[in-house]
Design a protein around this ligand. Structure first.
Ligand code: 8X3
Length: 251
């Protein structure tokens, strides 16, 4: 295991799913983890169950909230911009601009706000690492996904631009782009609480990825030696060849 003791990682969207799994995994790797998210109760549970996790309430859509986070931190070694998600599956002709606005606020502007605010802290130590939880939706499109794929494509553009702009400075920039990950909330939120519709996403699929699988990829990227930059790590379950090319039992 790489020597990472006494290093600090900030993980946004850490109250559940990939964010919580990443916070747990990075704590196990020896990081002090600032687990940031909106829901204080879930963060407190996470912090109570794992040593090395400090819960911080954060709303990435609020500049004030992001500024308060930045003011509370000294050096930061790793920032995992994980807050985000999908809302709706309507085709463009029926899409609600409010849903798109919400998705851009978290998946894109959230990355901008938090990255900007923490860059000085990332640069103060021996070298920092910015990770963005992207998606295969940032690299491909599918029917009914335009709002989410547009937001994730934008997040990918931000990652790639950052890598160019930070070239020559000691800050690594990585996108981890998962395909189908079964978490308790991603599809439920996307389908606005319709549990049956959310369940159909994974129907007959032999082992969708878990949040821990994605956390494992993030941990791999951040524990490489400081001169090794993993630009993009795309990870899908074996059953998924493309967003809508998924092997399902019985079909
Ligand atoms: C989630 C992957 O295929 O639902 O980021 O867009 S997908």
């Amino acid at each position: 295991m790489a020597e990472v003791s006494h290093r600090t990682a900030v993980v946004t969207g850490a109250s559940g799913g990939i964010g919580a799994a990443t916070a747990r995994r990075l704590a196990a790797e020896g990081f002090t983890v600032v687990a940031a998210a909106r829901r204080r109760d879930r963060l407190s549970e996470l912090a109570a169950s794992v040593r090395g996790i400090r819960p911080v309430v954060l709303d990435v859509t609020s500049q004030e909230s992001v500024d308060a986070l930045a003011a509370s931190l000294a050096d930061v070694d790793v920032l995992v911009n994980n807050a985000g998600g999908a809302l709706g599956v309507e085709p463009v002709e029926r899409a609600d601009p409010a849903d798109w606005q919400a998705m851009f606020e978290t998946n894109v502007l959230g990355v901008l706000r938090v990255t900007k605010a923490l860059l000085p802290a990332l640069e103060r130590g021996s070298g920092g690492h910015i990770v963005v939880t992207g998606s295969i939706a940032g690299h491909l499109v599918y029917e009914g996904g335009a709002g989410y794929t547009a937001a994730k494509h934008a997040a990918t553009a931000v990652v790639e631009t950052l890598r160019l702009e930070l070239n020559g400075r000691p800050i690594r920039v990585t996108e981890v782009a998962p395909g189908m990950v079964r978490t308790e909330e991603f599809s439920l939120v996307r389908y606005r609480g319709d549990a049956e519709a959310a369940e159909r996403v994974y129907a007959g699929v032999d082992q969708p990825l878990t949040a821990e699988d994605v956390a494992d990829c993030i941990a791999f990227a951040v524990t490489r030696p400081a001169h090794v930059n993993i630009d993009l790590l795309v990870v899908k379950p074996l059953a998924q060849a493309a967003p809508h090319k998924v092997a399902r039992r019985g079909s």
